[in-house]
Design a protein around this ligand. Structure first.
Ligand code: PLP
Length: 407
């Protein structure tokens, strides 16, 4: 008799997006002539930058001729892309990362979900609340938690991200081994200063812990005092892995390309306490379970770093940031407190009422879809998340309607 992995049974069915879809469908059924504006999802809406599209086309043409055709590529990614990443995303910011520490993949979702495989099932995990659910669910699947009770999994050290700490969690009171951090944050839109990240790096070095730093929204940082990479923080090479993605800066959510940085100094320990380089373990895993991102997609990603690509990505991100700014200023004028928007596509709004009640009110009164904060964790209760990923026309119309509904 085939037994299942019982840890899967502990997973809470994620009703968040299906619940949202159901409520929107029933609203539309009851109000067939009202249009609904969706500011709920975290998916981009604008086309790929022209430089990426042109590089994509050229690479497809190469695949069409025997002389330039390419089959399997290096699992870790082609050197042309790894080198462009190392130079532009790290060395240009004085972050000491080399091309062979970069692993190109088809998504930060997979990488942030898969990385935990390298570590002991006994590892003590610290996870922010609210959170991008992948970090939590993949640790549940791996058996690092107890049951779900009272809105939380037993055995996880939750890092509360609340108004009082400006949504940047404090260091844990008990020792932890693996720490998930995400800045700019999904869902709160908060950012972490150099000093705040330095505290985490110092903590990880003192405790032989590892930070898993998700920087999928790095391109949205406009405040020059903020670090873009954890490797801008002294000591981070020893204790941090960073995840990046082309999804939100260059619109690759449907094209799929991302990368993970594993510095050679990062260590985890075997049962005898001997340090083992994580780089070698991740390389082994990647080569065993992954066969590389397609050549045309890697060429399209490389084009992000061309002069035209850089300018087009700036424009694209700027467009969404303008939307975020528009949403935030209207929400502020209505007297609601919020986080995010300035260096992030998300606006995290304190509704001072149940998240779903606020969701229903915005849907029914304004025809606008948001994401209820409670779906991201216990600390998200009372909040909603609005996303800037939509056309500026839709954002404008949504804000007019929200103003009418809430004032
Ligand atoms: N990390 C965070 C925090 C995200 O919000 C998302 C997507 O919404 C991802 C990772 C997924 O990125 P990718 O499209 O590269 O899989």
């Amino acid at each position: 008799m085939l037994r299942i992995n019982e840890h899967y049974l502990k997973l809470q069915a994620s009703y968040l997006f299906s619940d949202i879809a159901k409520r929107v469908a029933s609203f539309q059924q009851a109000n067939p002539d009202k249009d609904v504006i969706k500011l709920g999802i975290g998916d981009v809406t604008r086309a790929l930058p022209e430089a990426c599209v042109a590089a994509f086309h050229r690479a497809v043409d190469e695949m069409a001729a025997d002389a330039s055709f390419r089959g399997y590529g290096p699992e870790q990614g082609y050197p042309f892309l790894r080198e462009a990443i190392a130079i532009h995303d790290f060395q240009a910011r004085d972050a000491e990362i080399s091309a062979d520490e970069i692993f190109v993949s088809d998504g930060a979702k997979c990488d942030t979900g898969n990385i935990q495989e390298l570590f002991s099932v006994e590892a003590k995990i610290a996870i922010p609340d609210p959170v991008y659910p992948v970090y939590l669910d993949t640790n549940v699947m791996a058996g690092r938690t107890g049951d779900f009770a009272d809105g939380r999994y037993q055995g996880i050290v939750y890092l509360d991200s609340v108004k009082e700490n400006t949504y940047v969690p404090a260091l844990p009171e008990q020792p932890v081994d693996l720490i998930y951090l995400c800045f700019p944050n999904n869902p709160t839109g908060s950012t972490a200063t150099r000093e705040q990240l330095q505290q985490w790096v110092d903590y990880a070095r003192e405790n032989k812990a590892l930070i898993l730093f998700d920087a999928a929204y790095e391109a949205f940082i406009r405040d020059e005092s903020l670090p873009h990479s954890i490797y801008e923080i002294p000591g981070a090479r020893e204790v941090a892995i960073e995840f990046r993605s082309f999804s939100k800066n260059a619109g690759f959510t449907g094209t799929r390309c991302a990368y993970t940085v594993v510095p050679k100094e990062c260590m985890a320990y075997d049962a005898s306490g001997t340090p083992q380089p994580i780089h070698a373990l991740w390389n082994r895993r990647h080569c065993t379970k992954f066969n590389g991102v397609s050549y045309p997609v890697q060429r399209a990603a490389e084009a992000v770093y061309s002069a035209d690509g850089q300018q087009q990505v700036q424009e694209l991100v700027g467009y969404y940031l303008n939307n975020a700014d528009r949403i935030a200023s209207e929400i502020g004028k209505l007297g609601y407190s919020y986080a995010g928007a300035a260096n992030s596509p998300y606006i995290w709004i304190w509704g001072d009422r149940d998240s779903w009640e606020f969701f229903d009110m915005l849907l029914n009164e304004a025809g606008v879809v948001c994401t209820p904060g409670a779906g991201f964790g216990k600390c998200g209760q009372g909040y909603i998340r609005l996303s800037a990923f939509n056309s500026s026309d839709n954002v404008e119309r949504a804000m007019v309607r929200i103003r009418e509904a809430l004032s």
